[in-house]
Design a protein around this ligand. Structure first.
Ligand code: ATP
Length: 256
């Protein structure tokens, strides 16, 4: 593995009965880059995300994060390693406020999780203060100040998606896995999301892996694009290279 890579996916294979959802998938995510992961429906994008967050086991291959294998890492150990994710179907506490939701995301990373809080362990006060400060910074970065105290369920979908992003960022990930962040957004919201992803990378020095069907967003925001089809990598290169790739064009046209 190249030392400049934060993530290396090496020959990962996942089978569900007779279906090979991922077939010896290999690619690298260099530190500080935004890598887009595209592919027609059923190509294996979500399966790969689930492998990265250790929700699925892979039968062959390996995934290295900062050069270390994730084979032995349980799903609950992923956030503390520095991998955060958002979900296609938002994973928010709907009756809690925007600020509370973002703050809760931070508990994944601190020693003072729910249990330490309940036990009133000595480091809680210090970490809580840091968490509150970080939450305020994220509320500002995501332009959520005017709705910080509003219940998530009372907000438009596009705003809820920003809260989901904040929740994932609160755990201070090194690698952020974004599962269709543009899904369900209107044109203005997609443009705003693009600016936001760029700002996040600049300010927080984050590396991102982005699963997305919105081609315009992927091609404009990604440094590198990996295309999957039927569980295989069919292209890996700059957005321009992947867009011009004959196999990629065929995969999309064939599916229409
Ligand atoms: P989409 O863009 O529609 O979300 P995708 O690229 O994310 O598609 P996956 O959801 O990863 O594709 O699916 C890849 C293949 O694996 C599909 O054939 C799917 O039916 C199969 N698959 C995914 N998860 C499971 C599962 N838990 N059990 C059985 N088959 C599954």
């Amino acid at each position: 593995a190249n030392r400049a890579d934060l993530l290396n996916v090496e020959g990962v294979t996942v089978r569900f009965g007779g279906i090979t959802a991922l077939d010896h998938v290999s690619f690298a995510v260099p530190a500080g880059r935004i890598v887009g992961l595209i592919g027609p429906n059923g190509a294996g994008k979500t399966t790969l995300f689930n492998c990265l967050s250790r929700l699925y086991q892979f039968s062959e291959g390996d995934i290295l994060f900062e050069g270390r294998s994730l084979q032995q890492t349980p799903a609950h150990g992923i956030a503390s390693l520095g991998i955060g994710r958002t979900f296609q179907n938002l994973a928010l506490f709907r009756t809690m406020s925007v600020r509370q939701n973002i703050m809760l995301g931070g508990h994944c990373r601190t020693r003072s999780g729910f249990l330490s809080n309940a036990l009133r362990l000595p480091w809680v006060g210090r970490e809580e203060a840091g968490l509150a400060e970080r939450t305020d910074e994220l509320v500002h970065l995501l332009d959520l100040e005017s709705v910080a105290q509003t219940r998530v369920m009372d907000l438009p979908f596009g705003t809820q998606k920003r809260v989901e992003l904040g929740r994932a960022l609160a755990s201070q990930p090194k690698l952020l896995l974004l599962d269709e962040p543009a899904g369900g957004l209107n044109h203005e919201e997609v443009e705003a999301l693009m600016e936001l992803l760029r700002a996040i990378r600049e300010r927080l020095q984050l590396t991102m892996l982005l699963v997305e069907h919105h081609m315009n967003l992927v091609m404009r925001v990604s440094d590198q694009v990996v295309a999957l089809d039927f569980g295989r990598v069919i292209a890996d290169g700059t957005p321009a290279e992947v867009q011009a790739n004959e196999t990629v064009v065929q995969a999309y046209l064939g599916g229409v």
